[in-house]
Design a protein around this ligand. Sequence first.
Ligand SMILES: C[S@@+](CC[C@H](N)C(=O)[O-])C[C@H]1O[C@@H](n2cnc3c(N)ncnc32)[C@H](O)[C@@H]1O
Ligand code: SF4
Ligand code: SF4
Length: 353
Amino acid sequence: MAYFEPVVLRSLERATREARGQKLPVIAGHKLLYRCNLECKMCPFWRREDEELLSLSQEIRMMDALVRTGVSFLGFEGGEPMLRRDLPEILRESHDRFHTSLVTNGWLLQQRLPEIARSLELLFVSLDGIGPMHDFLRGIPRSYERAIDGIKAARERIPVAISSTITKDNIYHAVPLVDLAESLGVSITFQVAYDYSTADAMSPMGPDLLEVLRELRLRRVNGAPILESPDYFDAIIDSWYRQKSWHCKPWMTMNVDPQGRIVLPCYTLHEYAGQTPVWETDVAALWNSYDWSKYETCNKCALACYLEPSIFSWSNVGMIRDRIVSNTFARVARRWRGPNPAIVRRSPGLPTS
Ligand SMILES: C[S@@+](CC[C@H](N)C(=O)[O-])C[C@H]1O[C@@H](n2cnc3c(N)ncnc32)[C@H](O)[C@@H]1O
Ligand code: SF4
Ligand code: SF4
């Protein structure tokens, strides 16, 4: 809970500035590196050759700059963050300042868990299908088995969520992955694959995706441990199937590349081409002079880190009930009940927890 007091104070300060009409980021995502030990088909990052990393002291400088902008939530990713030797030190520094999360492919999770568990509020482990489908998409045999072993070890110490990317190949694994998350007693979050110019084109479309999005929404409403809100699924369905766009506010989420540079307007559109280091930037001035209006109806991606904060509204009672109240009750109930054996029986081929 080291982060708790500063996060609350920063949130209050930011709310006051926002009430005065100022734009400021709430969440930050930071790629610690591009390098990776897997070779996922839909992923552009492991293929990059322009990697240049920040030292630990530069990482701290970056975090201090994020604190000054009012950021409260920091999520680390990559490449594969577990490949960084100084990860425990970086996460400890982050935990002192922010609500801290990390996303990993799970290959090194069991090994590195003891060094990092105390510094994380939430850990995401990527799983893109059951068994061979995951290994096929991730390009390396045994990546499924190692991710599952990592999840089983980590769930004893920290809140864990499966992070799943829906592609044209694994579309019918999305619902079984919800069953798997329930059987493992963890949450699950989804993103729809975006077609980066330097990765394989894997983005799903058409009636198959619509059917799966509807089913996931239904599961979520019925209490499955899906982190996205029902509004998230509605927004994608409306924009991609009914030409009714959601209003994107990419300024709510700041992305920082491995060299500490801000990626504008969002990391999807500019494919991680950062500009100036965050510590050399007057973020409040940049955020309030940048022309965000061109991106309001972009709707090209469905990444929850942009979409969810964009559509959230404190004045929408139904949204607060769906996202915060029912989610909290569902989590408490799941902890109390433990894994649901009936769900494992309905899903042949799933490993038992
Ligand atoms: C880039 S990875 C970095 C962290 C770690 N290596 C991992 O795989 O979890 C972060 C997340 O991005 C997802 N991802 C990869 N390629 C994507 C794409 N084309 N569109 C959307 N998400 C993607 C991954 O599945 C993973 O859940
Ligand atoms: S998605 Fe993650 S595990 Fe897969 S290649 Fe990209 S960075 Fe590596
Ligand atoms: S909808 Fe467009 S502008 Fe908004 S985050 Fe996605 S790609 Fe970026």
